[in-house]
Design a protein around this ligand. Structure first.
Ligand SMILES: [Zn+2]
Ligand SMILES: [Zn+2]
Length: 196
């Protein structure tokens, strides 16, 4: 579990931006800010899908590291959280900070929140056994299909929405999930890669 907590740098950063927003913007502006947060969370799911499909599975430099995660899912393959978090701030906050500060703050907080949720859900997919019928069980089943059967399907971890939009969704049977019984935290290792 400590392995996971160490990767959630985006949470305190998102909280910092949130506190800043509550101090800087009026209460009426904060209603709009909250909508931008939701938009940022939605944008994250597209970002997550695109990174996984077109970066980790296509670009040789990233694929090398991502393949290692496919082979040994118990080993954490990921960049230091500061890179993923910094990248989000750079691409969402920086371009809009002056022209549209409300949108910049809201979208950034939403993206950072989505990134943290993705990290937690991905961790659960490999190290927990959620109850059948729950959202997390479906996420784990989708991801098991991607890992053990059809790696050109189910690129989304947080949601199947973009897989359905782009035609890469594939339903799975329980046998896929049974192939990877969760391991204890002792088996977790850390391998650094450029993956946010
Ligand atoms: Zn993959
Ligand atoms: Zn995985």
């Amino acid at each position: 579990m400590w392995q996971l907590f160490r990767r959630l740098l985006s949470v305190p950063v998102a909280l910092g931006f949130s506190v800043h927003a509550f101090v800087r913007f009026s209460w009426s502006d904060l209603a709009g800010w909250a909508l931008y947060v939701l938009a940022g969370m939605g944008l994250w799911t597209l970002f997550e899908y695109a990174m996984h499909r077109w970066l980790y599975h296509r670009i040789v430099f990233f694929k090398r590291y991502h393949d290692a995660h496919h082979v040994t899912p118990d080993v954490y393959i990921g960049a230091p959280p500061i890179i993923g978090t910094g990248l989000i701030v750079l691409v969402t906050m920086a371009p809009l900070a002056v022209a549209a500060p409300l949108a910049a703050s809201g979208v950034t907080v939403g993206m950072l929140g989505g990134y943290a949720a993705y990290m937690i859900i991905h961790h659960i997919c490999h190290f927990s056994t959620p109850a059948r019928g729950t959202y997390l069980y479906r996420a784990r089943l989708r991801h098991a299909v991607h890992h053990y059967s059809h790696d050109e399907h189910n690129f989304g971890v947080s949601t199947a929405f973009w897989d359905r939009v782009f035609g890469t969704h594939r339903a799975g049977q329980r046998r896929f999930i049974d192939r990877h019984a969760p391991s204890g935290p002792s088996s977790q290792g850390t391998v650094s890669s450029p993956q946010p």
